[in-house]
Design a protein around this ligand. Structure first.
Ligand SMILES: Nc1ncnc2c1ncn2[C@@H]1O[C@H](COP(=O)(O)OP(=O)(O)OP(=O)(O)O)[C@@H](O)[C@H]1O
Ligand SMILES: [Mg+2]
Length: 343
């Protein structure tokens, strides 16, 4: 029997699920290249180097805005990942692959996902694609066969994909072209403007994770953290204290855009499905759904029950695993017939 692998490739992270073994890989989707040629690190190791490398080492992200942008480096990275995984998880060549793909992409981009995997050393026997919101829903524990109206909001690094699902299919949806990274940038800009202080992108991300909140904090809830960076006036390294009210205010506009998009979709779906969403609610997933009180914000602004998946960044890959394990769900994985490799 062929092994089955499921892949969710995001702008920030890459996840691989293996039937039977579960989630076998979850690392940053980053690659470090020396002298524009030699790959010296991948995944979390490459990410750790970012912002600290000399001029001849470049850390790049092969995915941008949720789609493959640098195919050559992505194939190189996948080959290294597959090689590393083989010793523990068995031979990866000639097996079955399922790829979670965003829904708002062009046919050419969809094709690029398939080509990417077929060009690796895995040389899959069969490649199938699954709409990411469907994989997300399964990963969130939604009983896709029964549910007649639920909303899935996958909040990633560069995209926020909002989808309404009924009877295992996508009724409607919208993808916002921003996510957690836009929030990091917004924090960086606010710190620079109000404190004349420069922080790096990783510090900004940490600030978002530690102090970010989707609902205005009460006086007694305000938390403070020291962060390191560089004073723009003196040009010297230093530290300042940031608090959760400051971070909330720097993110507020972005939260408003998310709420507006969610409400806009709810306003345009057929009434029968709206009624069912009252029952089945909204599922928040993706890494950014870990931000504090995002469930409160969406619940208060829609009046719907809201659920948040812990380890949200794993949900699409875990959902692919559910399809592998349940024959009745097999129909959700679509063969990419255009691909000659398929048997
Ligand atoms: N606890 C947390 N609080 C707030 N943000 C978080 C938390 N954990 C992760 N994030 C953010 O989630 C984002 C990454 O999410 P995820 O791994 O789902 O993205 P991705 O799938 O790689 O990207 P995309 O789907 O946009 O291509 C990053 O912006 C990260 O900072
Ligand atoms: Mg994602």
């Amino acid at each position: 029997m062929a092994r089955i692998y499921g892949i969710d490739m995001g702008t920030s992270s890459l996840r691989i699920y293996q039937k039977g073994d579960g989630l076998i890989y979850n690392q940053k989707n980053a690659i470090a290249i020396f002298d524009k040629k030699k790959v010296i690190a991948i995944g979390d190791d490459a990410w750790k180097m970012e912002g600290k490398t000399p001029a001849n080492i470049e850390v790049t992200y092969p995915f941008r805005s949720g789609v493959p942008a640098d195919i050559k480096n992505m194939v190189t990275m996948l080959n290294l990942i597959f090689e590393n995984l083989e010793s523990e998880h068995g031979k990866m060549t000639g097996q079955d692959f399922m790829i979670a793909v965003p829904t708002n992409i062009t046919e050419v981009e969809r094709r690029a996902y398939v080509d990417l995997i077929s060009e690796t050393i895995a040389k899959p026997k069969r490649i199938r694609v699954v709409d990411k919101p469907i994989a997300d829903a399964l990963g969130c524990g939604v009983d896709i066969k029964e549910v007649t109206g639920t909303m899935i909001v996958d909040m990633g690094a560069d995209t926020i994909e909002i989808s309404v699902i009924s009877y295992g299919g996508i009724v409607t949806g919208k993808t916002l072209d921003f996510g957690g990274k836009r929030m990091d940038d917004s924090i960086t800009a606010a710190v620079r403007k109000y404190y004349n202080f420069m922080i790096g992108p990783k510090t900004a991300e940490q600030v978002k994770i530690m102090l970010g909140t989707a609902v205005k904090p009460e006086e007694e809830e305000i938390e403070t953290k020291q962060v390191m960076g560089r004073n723009v006036v003196w040009g010297l390294p230093g530290r300042i204290a940031l608090d959760s009210m400051f971070v909330y205010l720097s993110l507020k506009d972005i939260f408003e855009l998310i709420v507006d998009a969610v409400r806009n979709i709810l306003e345009h779906i057929p009434p029968e499905i709206s009624v069912d969403i009252m029952t089945y609610g909204v599922h928040l997933t993706g890494g950014l759904s870990g931000i504090k009180k995002i469930n409160r914000l969406i619940a208060d602004s829609t009046g719907l029950p809201v659920y948040v998946k812990s380890n949200g960044n794993e949900s699409a890959a875990v959902g692919l695993g559910k399809i592998m394990d349940d024959k009745e769900l097999d129909i959700l994985a679509e063969r990419y017939t255009d691909n000659e490799i398929i048997d």
